[in-house]
Design a protein around this ligand. Structure first.
Ligand code: CP
Length: 302
């Protein structure tokens, strides 16, 4: 493949994305193999994670690879003042591929430029989360039977939510119509709206979605990203602005699905969990198959 690392979803062509989704379907049918036998993958998590780190580690284990890394940078020499440059230059000598999450936007691109081995961005600040996007695309295609011409509702923290930034960029390739639902303070940043403008795609901005929910093919809920707010009072103002409840789903399309990258805080009431339209836990499972496909693709194994 012509690229070495996966930092932004736009590092992949549409063909490459579709090949990864097809391969993920194969891993869903047959998850256990020895394809990564003899390979070492490093998981460096400078920020907390449950799904991304553990689904990557599950994917590596199911492929017969070995894992080294840390889940908490305080247990690494970063706590002694080591720079990201020195950490990456050192760790890239120990492994075949690095999966990295870091709070600073642009850190994954920086790491990819100095590493001897491919770097997968597992989330860099409020910027991008491309592997989440690939599992979201897998989940959307699996449940809708297509990626084409869907009406996607992105709800919640559209300013700081990296998952919605990557997903919007990806779904624009399949001519989605976007409804952005957020409080004024957390609107989709202009750079992403400009991205759609340049492609001639439609988007609509709302502060409420009760009257239009019947149009949605996918409702993608997001958590308000407390860790990105410098002022806790500003977070308190918006933290509970959207709470999706089962009673709000009565007039939705029969095949509409609710996605959420998780973790959730209050934005989906637990009474939604038993509704067949709730898909977020299956979505998290799809992360294992999709990450198996991503690892094999970047390592040139499949
Ligand atoms: N979706 C996601 O990135 O979850 P984690 O923060 O638990 O990895």
């Amino acid at each position: 493949m012509k690229y070495k690392s996966l930092v932004s979803i736009d590092d992949l062509s549409t063909d490459e994305i579709l090949k990864i989704l097809d391969l993920a379907e194969e891993f869903e049918k047959e998850p256990i193999s020895k394809l990564l036998d003899g390979k070492v993958v490093s998981t460096l998590f400078f920020e907390p994670s449950t799904r991304t780190r553990l689904s990557f580690e599950s994917a590596i284990s199911r492929l017969g690879g070995k894992i080294l890394g840390f889940a908490d940078a305080s247990s690494s020499s970063v706590s002694k003042g080591e720079t990201l440059n020195d950490t990456i230059r050192t760790v890239s000598n120990y492994c075949d591929l690095i999966v990295m999450r870091h709070p600073v936007e642009g850190s994954a691109r920086f790491a990819s430029e100095i590493s001897n081995v491919p770097v997968i961005n597992a989330g860099d600040g409020a910027n991008q989360h491309p592997t989440q996007t690939l599992l979201d695309l897998f989940s959307i295609r699996k449940t809708q039977g297509t990626l084409d011409n869907l009406n996607i509702f992105l709800v919640g923290d559209l300013k700081y939510g990296r998952t919605v930034h990557s997903l919007m960029m990806a779904m624009s390739r399949w001519k989605a119509t976007f409804n952005f639902i957020s409080p004024e303070e957390l609107r989709m940043p202009d750079e992403y709206k400009l991205y759609l403008d340049n492609l001639g795609l439609k988007y609509y901005e709302h502060t409420d979605f009760t009257d239009i929910v019947s149009k949605a093919d996918i409702i993608y809920m997001t958590r308000v990203q407390r860790e990105r707010f410098s002022d806790p009072i500003e977070y308190e103002k918006v933290k509970n602005v959207y709470v999706l409840r089962n009673s709000m789903l009565k007039n939705t399309k029969p095949n509409m699905k609710i996605l959420h990258p998780l973790p959730r805080v209050n934005e989906i009431n637990i009474d939604v969990d038993r509704n067949p339209k709730a898909y977020y836990f299956e979505q998290a499972l799809n992360g294992v198959f999709t990450r198996q496909a991503i690892l094999c693709t970047l390592l040139g194994i499949k």
